[in-house]
Design a protein around this ligand. Structure first.
Ligand code: SAM
Length: 353
């Protein structure tokens, strides 16, 4: 089955589909470096660097796909800033177009895709008093897609990270709506940080620039799975914190945050997620785009790009290109590939029926 990935980023969502046996034919984004990463990890896919708010671009995409016999599935993770549905919505605000672009492309295609999947933050459900969600649902209706939506919790699907995301799945001219995949794990056996990353070089004494080999054997099934297709550890370079910062981190207990610091320590950062140290036996906090507020469960440093990637369920053979800042952003923006995989498998079962 052929897949089009809109707002593809580095391709976390797509990678899950690829692993489930789909043919990801095209990824589209307007950030070059994310597309470079996408291409590197989806060797058989095309990438287009296009602004998806521009009508002519949508026509170009539809024409390209029509010439190849269309696609079966569209997956899309539009940025949530695109939902400017406040009272004074301006017609010429390009960002308004972003999620409509998904439906516009479906409409332009000669052969309608069998499924459209849209992923977003859970806040979208209540954004603008529920208007944003309603607009998406209306668009599914107008285009003859029977839809269902659900918030999926990543640890339930084997991802060692607390991450909740809202998914809409629409099926073209079907009678029965999509049923979301059942959880494969419950809270008693969620994968914790230690099981996810303890085999990676510690980087306590160096920044990891030279040393990029595994030094220990995998110690969990999760680590084995992640290492299966890779000989080396990439994207594993530490941040060189100052002694003052290291000293503050050292005072945060495992699983703790700024509230656990003695009075007068780390005062300049005291918001919700500040100075948060992961717990070795629990999934990590939601991986962000590189804000530097989260710390390794054991070492006095922020997690590397590779550690974040592991916690997002990217296997070690998935490489991130660009500067360290760009790599952190790509990882944090992504749908965990393992979550994408479980949705992809479930969709396959339904479409094959
Ligand atoms: C949340 S990320 C998608 C992550 C992706 N689904 C994944 O799993 O890796 C949203 C993406 O939309 C892209 N984007 C934002 N505005 C865009 C536009 N006007 N046209 C095309 N892409 C856009 C951003 O560059 C970003 O990579």
């Amino acid at each position: 089955m052929k897949v089009l990935d809109l707002f593809s980023g580095c391709g976390g969502f797509s990678y899950g589909f690829q692993e489930a046996g789909y043919d990801v034919v095209l990824g589209i984004d307007n950030e070059k470096i994310a597309l470079d990463t996408f291409k590197h990890n989806h060797k058989n896919s095309e990438v287009f660097n296009l602004d998806l708010s521009i009508e002519e671009n949508l026509q170009k995409i539809a024409l390209f796909l029509d010439n190849q016999g269309g696609v079966d599935v569209i997956i899309a993770g539009p940025p949530c800033q695109g939902f400017s549905l406040t009272g004074s919505r301006k017609e010429d605000d390009k960002r308004n177009e972003l999620f409509y672009s998904v439906f516009k492309i479906a409409k332009l295609l000669e052969k309608k895709p069998k499924a459209i999947i849209i992923e977003n933050v859970t806040g979208l459900a209540t954004l603008y008093k529920g208007k944003a969600k309603k607009e998406i649902e209306q668009s599914f209706d107008e285009n003859n897609y029977i839809y269902n939506s659900e918030v999926l919790y990543a640890p339930n699907y084997g991802v060692p990270q607390i991450r909740k995301r809202l998914f809409f799945v629409g099926l073209y001219k079907e009678d029965i709506a999509f049923k979301f995949p059942k959880a494969i794990l419950d809270k008693d056996n969620y994968i914790g940080c230690e099981d996810a990353i303890s085999d990676l070089p510690t980087l306590e004494d160096n920044l990891g620039i030279v040393e990029n080999s595994y030094i220990t054997k995998p110690t969990s099934q999760y680590q084995k799975n992640m290492r299966q297709k890779s000989k080396y550890v990439y994207n594993h370079i530490s941040v060189n914190h100052t002694e003052i910062v290291k000293n503050v981190i050292a005072q945060v207990p495992e699983g703790g945050n700024h509230k656990d610091l003695p009075k007068g320590v780390g005062e300049h950062r005291k918001f919700n997620e500040a100075w948060t140290r992961y717990h070795s036996q629990k999934p990590s906090k939601t991986i962000d785009t590189g804000h530097g507020n989260h710390f390794h469960y054991k070492f006095n440093r922020v997690p590397t790009v590779r550690e974040n990637a592991r916690l997002q369920s990217f296997p070690d053979n998935f490489l991130f290109l660009g500067t360290k800042t760009q790599q952190y952003r790509q990882v944090g923006n992504a749908v965990p590939p393992l979550l994408g995989y479980h949705i992809a498998i479930q969709l396959k079962k339904i479409l094959n029926k």
